[in-house]
Write a protein that binds this ligand. Structure first.
Ligand SMILES: [Zn+2]
Ligand SMILES: [Zn+2]
Ligand SMILES: [Zn+2]
Length: 253
């Protein structure tokens, strides 16, 4: 299985428009963070979790020629805004795109992309096939996924475990029961927004505490804000098994 971090930035991305802080001015490629998304190559399938506003740029950069399915964590715009660009795969693969998400998220996609779901469809719009999920294991085109319920302030969001890999973004709370599903993962990708506490995201220290408790072999942080600091300055302060994610990072497991 190969995991590629397509984006590792918070909702505004890094650099932030108009900001002149040292992170936003950094020339280090690891400080250029598109909105969060991850590509999984597993069981012969190509699957992406979340299609943020940078989706098109990300799949071009990684030369993702085929896409078998999309899975969504939640409905926030930084995770869904790029959905229109799946049209390219509809055209090249001659089929509808399977989308897996919970009912609430599918409902929000129907509102925000009303034209995709209208009765009279304009030619050339995205074609999708909706698969509602709940907090039970499910298969994405034959690949087993285990949903992990986490809280994003008051919004319930799903993280996912696929084999030995767990991906959790936009969370600041996970119950003991849900932690059990994560335990034993070799690799965890977890959100860590910034140094200071935040109402809906883990801070750096909160993410480190949780990862030390869960004990994966390796962990990578994502959904990073310019307030976290420069990659080269923050990473050396982390425990060895925890690294900062960066756009384009590939993890083989
Ligand atoms: Zn987000
Ligand atoms: Zn900045
Ligand atoms: Zn969010």
């Amino acid at each position: 299985m190969r995991v590629t971090l397509l984006g590792t930035g918070t909702s505004q991305g890094v650099p932030v428009i108009g900001c002149t802080c040292e992170v936003c001015r950094s020339v280090d490629y690891r400080d250029k963070r598109l909105r969060v998304s991850v590509h999984l190559q597993v069981g012969g399938k190509s699957i992406i979790i979340d299609t943020g506003p940078d989706f098109r740029q990300q799949v071009l950069r990684e030369r993702i020629k085929t896409l078998d399915a999309l899975v969504f964590t939640h409905e926030h715009k930084d995770h869904t805004a790029g959905l229109d660009d799946i049209r390219a795969y509809n055209f090249s693969q001659h089929k509808d795109m399977p989308i897996y998400a919970e009912e609430r998220v599918l409902g929000q996609l129907k509102k925000e992309f009303a034209y995709i779901f209208s009765d009279y469809k304009y030619p050339g719009i995205p074609k999708v096939q909706l698969h509602p999920i709940d907090n039970q294991p499910f298969e994405v085109e034959g690949v087993p996924f285990i949903p992990i319920r986490v809280m994003h302030y008051k919004l319930p969001v799903y993280g996912y475990r696929v084999g030995d890999f767990t991906y959790i973004t936009d969370a600041n709370y996970i119950s003991e029961e849900e932690k059990e599903k994560v335990r034993g993962s070799k690799v965890i990708v977890l959100n860590a927004l910034r140094q200071e506490p935040h109402i809906s995201h883990f801070s750096l220290q909160e993410a480190i505490n949780l990862l030390e408790e869960l004990q994966p072999e390796k962990a990578y942080l994502t959904h990073i804000s310019h307030l976290l600091g420069q990659h080269r300055e923050v990473e050396p302060q982390l425990p060895d098994f925890i690294r900062l994610g960066y756009d384009g990072l590939q993890i083989d497991l």
